[in-house]
Design a protein around this ligand. Sequence first.
Ligand SMILES: [Zn+2]
Ligand SMILES: [Zn+2]
Length: 347
Amino acid sequence: MKAAVLHSVGDLRYEEVEDPRISEGEVLIKVKACGVCGSDVPRVMEKGTYYFPLIPGHEVSGQIISTEGKPGDIKKGDRVTVFPLIPCGKCAYCKIGRYNLCDNYNYLGSRCNGGFAEYVRAPADNLIKVPENVSYEEAALTEPASVALHALRRAKVDTADKLAILGTGPIGILLAQWARIMGAGDIFLIDIEEKKLKFAGEKYGFTKLINSRNDDPVDVIKRETKGRGVDIAIEAAGVPVTLRQAIELARKGGRVVFLGNMRGDVTLPERIISSILRKELILYGSWNSNFTSLPKNEWETSLRFMQIGKLKVEPLITHRFKLEKVREVFEMMYKKSEFFNKVLLIP
Ligand SMILES: [Zn+2]
Ligand SMILES: [Zn+2]
């Protein structure tokens, strides 16, 4: 098959490789679409994967080609999307269904071969069927949609809660959409790129957009909330300044969610640390998503809300490329030479 193979940091090649071979409990999937995650760009261009050579890509949708052993109710021809974290199934966290906290997990696209390929192998237990009226392209966004949902469920969003979302990439907009679905009140979207804010406004009708290059979001939100701050602030940009702002934006007794993968170390001024104490903030880390039936499988919820048309992911897709263009795609995203939101690779 053809695949995009990472040989070393920055050395991503579109080339012929052997077809994956599946073993007991696994399936072979013909990839129909694979999203490029914000985390894939530094993984390919700066940090590398856990092993080389390795095929990146963890936002996969596709069709089952073959199965091995007893793959449950999954059969040839099924349309599926793949939970990319492969839990060990044995550790204490796996036993209580908290797979995202597994002590010894594998991961599609960073620890084992992923979806930037014609075919990918995955355990049948990691699959979820895609509803009839959800396209493969939409289904490829189940992972980021579930990551966003998970962060909001961590923070226990309540009706009329005011939210500030720092970072308006795909995850930021998904957070805002979910917050709206959950009945949040004012939703402030913050970014330094005007184009990203405009995109969120035009495609999704969000109106409380703050360009933090021009305006201090702390001032703006203080003004808009009568000095109080927001109930929930979510850091989804992964830069030190937004982490600091998230803490500053939360009201007394408010919640702060750390979701973005931080690029670089963060120094917090004494004043900010002190405000965490004095405001009695609740800080949540959020990692991945829930893929267990209890309390709720967030992947099922994401697909369900796509199916009923409440969660709109299609407008997020700004670019679709043939997989053979993978090198140019990463160059473009790394250098930000074009505006993009969600970028899909199609084998
Ligand atoms: Zn992702
Ligand atoms: Zn485990």
